[in-house]
Design a protein around this ligand. Structure first.
Ligand code: G3P
Length: 218
């Protein structure tokens, strides 16, 4: 399973990339706004930190505008993935960009039918939003399961399921059990994966006993 981090905070990305476990980054217009930085500058910096796919989202809502913005975004670096909304124009742009060999991430997916459209358009990634479906009383993880089941019926579909809007480690664990190819995690959720109180207590005990031995490993 690939781990992406869902942020435009470059200090966080640098810190998390040091683990060697970070496979990519996703951003969206809200995360760029939160960073307070210019999109081209911040995406370029992220692409210099992480070798894997870095999603940068278009803001245009019409096909021609999306294609113009995609041309600017893809020039930033070879690992830029153009993120497109799941609309008729977004799917059309996805199909064209796929034909040009550009990586794409189709976002704001809330139904299996939408995920089928993205796969038919050759999207590199489809981003179903788990947490936002849960927020409105629907089954976010059920959507991941449905998409994976459908995609498995069609070996010609190469689109990877990128679980987005992941809010806590249980979401991540359940997505992994279902076989989602990628999860994009907010930095705090990625850090939470390391934590268990028994790990902390066990380490404290080991270190206390080790100190009593007076040994060093050298
Ligand atoms: O980047 C898309 C997605 O991960 C957003 O998550 O928490 O704003 O629903 P959230």
């Amino acid at each position: 399973m690939k781990f992406f981090v869902d942020t435009a905070d470059t200090a966080e990305i640098k810190s998390l990339a040091a683990s060697g476990l970070l496979d990519g980054v996703t951003t969206n217009p809200s995360l760029i706004a939160k960073s307070g930085r210019k999109i081209l500058e911040v995406v370029a910096e992220i692409c210099g930190i992480v070798e894997g796919p870095v999603s940068a989202e278009v803001a245009a809502t019409d096909y021609e505008g999306m294609m113009r913005e995609a041309a600017v975004l893809k020039r930033i670096a070879s690992n830029v993935t153009v993120k497109l909304p799941l609309t008729p124009d977004g799917i059309r742009a996805c199909k064209t960009l796929t034909g040009e060999g550009v990586m794409t991430n189709v976002t704001l997916c809330f139904s299996p039918a939408q995920a089928i459209l993205a796969a038919k358009a050759g999207a590199t990634f489809i981003s179903p939003f788990v947490g936002r479906l849960d927020d409105v009383g629907q089954d976010g993880l059920g959507l991941i399961a449905d998409i994976l089941e459908i995609y498995a019926n069609y070996p010609s579909f190469t689109t990877e399921v990128l679980a987005a809007s992941v809010r806590h480690p249980i979401h991540l664990i359940e997505c992994a059990k279902l076989g989602a190819h990628v999860a994009t995690l907010p930095p705090n959720v990625l850090r939470m994966l390391y934590n268990h109180p028994l790990t902390d207590a066990g380490l404290k005990g080991f270190l206390a006993d080790w100190a009593k031995t007076g040994q060093t490993i050298a």
